[in-house]
Design a protein around this ligand. Structure first.
Ligand SMILES: [Zn+2]
Length: 63
């Protein structure tokens, strides 16, 4: 199982996205972010989304 916390991405939030693969973790984190972090929406599209995915991959830990 892999996981990444909002906090690992610099967001003051206790949510943890988890899954068996990086892809699932990232999908879950995006779904959570769209719903709960509207103020960060500009980071979820286009070039910034690619950078965010890179940050997530770097922050994902085996748990
Ligand atoms: Zn969050």
């Amino acid at each position: 199982m892999k996981s990444v916390r909002c906090r690992d991405l610099g967001v003051d939030c206790d949510f943890v996205a988890s899954g068996d693969t990086n892809e699932v973790v990232i999908t879950n984190m995006f779904a959570h972010s769209v719903e709960h972090h509207h103020d960060k929406h500009e980071h979820m599209f286009g070039d910034k989304a690619a950078a965010l995915v890179g940050d997530m991959e770097g922050a994902i830990k085996d748990a």
